[in-house]
Each structure stands twice: as C-alpha cells, then as structure tokens.
Design a binder for this molecule. Sequence first.
Ligand code: AMP
Ligand code: MG
Length: 408
Amino acid sequence: MLSVSDAFSLTQQHLLQLPTEQVPLLEAQNRVLRQAVRADRDFPPFDRVSMDGIAIRYADFLTGQREFPIIGTQFAGQPQQIMPEAGTCLEVMTGAMLPVGVDTVVRYEDLRIAENRATITIDDLEAGQNIHRRATDRRMGNELLSIGTWLGPSELAVAASVGQTQLTVTTLPRIALISTGDELVDLGDTPLPYQIRRSNTYMLRAALKAVGINATLHHIVDDEAVLKDRLETLLSENDVLILSGGVSAGKADFVPTALAQLGVQKHFHKIEQRPGKPLWFGTKSGETTPDPDRINPDRAVFALPGNPVSTVLCAYRYVLPYLRMSMGLALAPVRYAQLGKPVVFKPAITYFLPVQLASNPNGQTVAHPLPGSGSADFANLLAADAFIELPANQSEFGAGEAFQIWLT
Ligand code: AMP
Ligand code: MG
C-alpha cells in the first residue's frame, strides 16, 4: 500500500492545467491572479503631506524662527502651490502635495494658531518630517502582485490603486460533489430507521467555497449501471469529480469499477493511513469538451470514503491542496504543533488525529487530541481545528513532540 507522502506526490504529478480568463476587479475576490500587476506610477506619486498642520522651511526653524505668518492653504486634491517667500508657512492637509519651497511639516498638535500666525510650541523638529516622499514605497514599473497571488481585500485594493479594471485569473474548475449510498436521504427528508441524512457533500461544498469554488451537488444510488451512467455525464460536464462513499471493500462499493469502465486512469486506491484508507484518485485525459473555450480537457476524480471524518481528512489533506495547486497557488505553508499529551498508536500507518489548537506561554502551538477521536461522526469534529499527522514509522508519540498539522 501507498504511504501518505507518496499518495500526495501522485496527486501533485497530475495537476489540472486550468486556463485563464479576464474578470472585472469587482468579481476577482478569492480568485488566483495569473498576470503580474505593476505600479503604473511611483508610490506615493508625489511628496505627500502625512499630517494636518503647516509646512515650513527647516532652514527658517534652524535660525530660531518660531512664529510664521500663514500665507495660504494646500488641500489634498489641489495642484501644487508655491511658497512665495522664506519665513512664511502654508497650512497643509494630509494627502496634499508638498508645496514648492517648503520641506518640513509641523502638525497642528505642536502649534498655536492665532490671527493667521502659527507658533511652533515644541523645541525639536526633524528636517523633512511628516512627509511621505515620492517613490519611497514602490517605483513605477515595480511588480506589486505576482502570478499565483490569492486575491483578498488588500490585493484587490492594490490592483484598484493602479487602475486595473480587469484582472487575468485562473478559470475556476467545474466541480461536482457526489454522494453515493442507498442509506442516504436529502436534508428535507425524514430518514426511516435504517437511513441517515447525507452531510458529506455539504461539508465539501463549504470547504470548496472557502477557496472560491462553487461546486454542484449530486447523489447516486448504489447501483452499478446507474452509477456508471451518471458518472459518465458528470465527467463530461466537469473538471473534477469528488465522490464520497462506495469506495471501500463492501459489496455495494461500485465506484472504483465504474470509474475504471469509464476510462478514468487510477493513480492510487488505498493509502496507509487512518482515517481515510480507501481514498481513490485518478485522472482522464484527451477528451474533447462540449465547451470549445476549455483548452484542457483533463479530468480528475477523487473518490473519498464515506465516513464523515475520513471525508474531512481526505478533503483537507489531499483534495484542497490539489485544487490550490491546480489553480496556480502555492501550497499553504507547512505548520507544526506540539502534542498536548502522549499518544500511542501501534499500526505502522499514518495516524491523523483531530486536535484542538492552543498556544503556550512560549508562543508555541499545542495540539490537544479530542476525546472520541476514533468516531466517524461530524459532531466530534466540531471542536477540532486541525488534524495532527502522526507518522507511520513511530508508535509512541510524546507530549511536546512536534508534528505537522492540517487546518480544517
Ligand atoms: P461507505 O464509504 O459508502 O462505505 O460509507 C461509510 C460510512 O459513511 C457509512 O456509515 C455511510 O452511511 C456513511 N456515509 C457515506 N456517505 C455519507 C454522506 N454523504 N453523509 C454522511 N454519511 C455518509
Ligand atoms: Mg456506501
């Protein structure tokens, strides 16, 4: 069987090649940038006043002058003014261009103003203070946002500040989330004693939504022919299928056979891990798509075991990193936490334990294993912040030992 890291690298070897598209800036939130965004002018574009007050010549202050006649006001959004003579001052507002002939700004808090004269009430001034000099943040032409940037609020503000009305981003993958299982009924239905409501696909929908993807929901009964038929259609309409259930060794677990019959090439089935051992991953390439704009017809299929905790683990450990990378994002930075208490786990497989995170007074992250960790129920995950990955080659894990964590 396959190790966790080998399974993970197999997924990374079969990333989707998603095309790009242009979207208006207002619609670019939570998308992945596929163009560089450069400064169209210097940042700031002029010597900018950064405090409300007066602007003077520092040389005048050095001669001992403290009282300055006010000969005008430079507001933000006005063309640059000129100080007519030495020994005078101009009132200046935050965001205004620094007038010609002055070089130092004294804020109102350090002034007394009466009868159109400003008196400086402090003894120390720094030459050039309270001025944000042109091009001190970025120069025209500097790269502000690079390819592969996730577009959040600050990134969109930067794009707006350089006048990018449109942005080139990765086209979102079309994803179908498919639950399988005859015991599963929909949300609004009342389950019979032998039935349960399906919840996995709702978890997956929300997890994908958090990375900007709106996936569609589907349900298929445990019938090999029906499964094959529905999967064939869904494969033709989507870039990625994420199935839950029907992938283990049960007599109604038809998913691997159906996928094989549909020409999806299996890259792995089963990983040396708990939970989530039966995870299946494959791709299908070379088909033409009904949509002529799609330049890459590759399909990826993840079939996740139906046990809800397995589904969550497989989603955060394999599926989401795969989608992030396919969309052109870097993998999320590796994170570690120290175990809050010792754990013993004998089987020589990777053990993913749901944990609650806290920090200790040294600023280290501590992972507290949750009671009922072996359970398959979502309710037991409510308190979990992450899974801690306890490696296969170890069976006793000490309190304070650090391991990688996967945030959920
Ligand atoms: P399976 O992987 O199909 O053998 O399912 C394993 C367990 O997960 C069974 O107890 C299923 O009832 C349960 N299960 C499967 N799919 C879902 C789902 N979408 N929501 C909640 N539980 C599920
Ligand atoms: Mg099932």
